[in-house]
Design a protein around this ligand. Structure first.
Ligand SMILES: Nc1ncnc2c1ncn2[C@@H]1O[C@H](COP(=O)(O)O)[C@@H](O)[C@H]1OP(=O)(O)O
Ligand SMILES: [Mg+2]
Ligand SMILES: [Mg+2]
Ligand SMILES: [Mg+2]
Length: 352
């Protein structure tokens, strides 16, 4: 008998591989007018839209009854002014859909030669990500390009896919086209997939092949600890991380990296602590920004909570509601980190 969620894992990996190829090729050809600024001032590119259209189309073919909570929606593309962008997105999504099948791909997922879709079908596929989320049933959550700012800088970004059942993450997949396969060889081969299924562990697979390496978070010596945090100071308070690091006696500088690539790196033993410290503006974290990453870390032997030590709750809708920030670390380190977070917060309050 096959393992639970074997087909979902296979489809998710195929979709992530195709989306990674799509977004890499977009980066190499991106022209200035192919990026929009959304209502919340964040950037979105033809790559984000095309990758969501691709992943959502594949999910619909394989699991037509499953709803999707996706980051993007097609409203701006349906407007007359969106025509140039829309045509480009249709071209990119179709290039990815008709790419030849590789090992593990199934033609019934709507991929392979002759599987191109119309513009209307692809816009509808993007909008299938409009599900509100919630506590019960199966649902997917996708972030077609997580860390769009990193993507635009040519740095780290991630294609993120997760399956939730009754608000519990069962499957998490993160594709990182720009991430070195071996952290010890930063100038070596790039392009990694991370995959975790609840109770089945966490694995890394190179984008160039199918070999699967199990990941287990090591117990780092205190002198080896470093924090992983956002590049963008608006996403995570760098000064709070500095205070926490000094309380913990960490002397190494933080590793700054965009996107959920941080969770993948943590799962394979880099840094030892992922900190996402609230900046005080009441930002609500989105479920697609943490669902796959949190499973990678917990399946690799780590623990993930919000900045106050509360479990992340994926059942409240499209956001994580009252969860603020993230603290992720190995199980034996996490408690110490949380105590340092509390001390740093108390120090900051005493200063006001
Ligand atoms: N004020 C904010 N605080 C925390 N995260 C944010 C904030 N604004 C945007 N984000 C999200 O953080 C994610 C990137 O994480 P990181 O900083 O770890 O690279 C993106 O998904 C981004 O959303 P968006 O996709 O809308 O840009
Ligand atoms: Mg995104
Ligand atoms: Mg994101
Ligand atoms: Mg975005």
């Amino acid at each position: 008998m096959s393992q639970p969620f074997a087909l979902e894992r296979q489809l998710g990996l195929s979709a992530a591989r195709r989306a990674c190829a799509l977004t890499s090729s977009v980066f190499n050809k991106l022209v200035k007018n192919e990026t929009l600024t959304k209502g919340d001032k964040s950037p979105v590119t033809v790559g984000d839209y095309a990758a969501q259209a691709l992943i959502s189309s594949m999910l619909k073919n394989a699991f037509p009854a499953d709803p999707i909570v996706g980051e993007e929606d097609a409203a701006d593309l349906r407007a007359e002014e969106g025509k140039v962008l829309r045509d480009r997105i249709v071209e990119l999504a179709n290039e990815a859909l008709v790419a030849p099948l590789v090992e593990g791909d199934k033609p019934e997922w709507g991929i392979g030669p002759g599987q191109a879709k119309s513009a209307a079908e692809l816009l509808d596929a993007i909008d299938r990500g409009n599900y509100d989320g919630g506590r019960t049933g199966r649902m997917w959550t996708i972030d077609p390009i997580d860390g769009t700012k990193g993507f635009l800088r040519g740095e780290q970004y991630a294609v993120c896919i997760a399956l939730l059942v009754d608000a519990q993450v069962q499957l998490g997949i993160i594709g990182c086209p720009n991430l070195p396969v071996d952290p010890a060889q930063p100038d070596g081969e790039r392009g990694c997939l991370f995959v975790a299924v609840l109770g089945q562990g966490c694995h890394q697979i190179p984008l160039s092949g199918t070999s699967s390496t199990p990941l287990h978070m090591p117990t780092p010596a205190p002198s080896d600890l470093t924090t992983l945090e956002s590049v963008e100071a608006a996403h995570s308070s760098h000064s709070t991380t500095d205070t926490i690091s000094s309380i913990l006696g960490i002397t190494r500088p933080p590793i700054r990296m965009d996107s959920q690539a941080k969770y993948g790196c943590l799962a394979r033993g880099e840094g030892g602590i992922y900190l996402r410290m609230p900046t005080g503006v009441g930002y609500r974290e989105k479920i697609w920004d943490h669902a796959p990453g949190s499973l990678l870390v917990s399946e690799a032997g780590g623990r993930v909570t919000d900045s106050r030590g509360t479990e992340l709750d994926f059942g409240l809708g499209r956001t994580l509601g009252e969860n603020f920030g993230v603290v992720a670390a190995g199980r034996e380190v996490h408690g110490r980190v949380l105590a340092a977070v509390q001390e740093a917060t108390a120090q900051a309050k005493a200063k006001v």
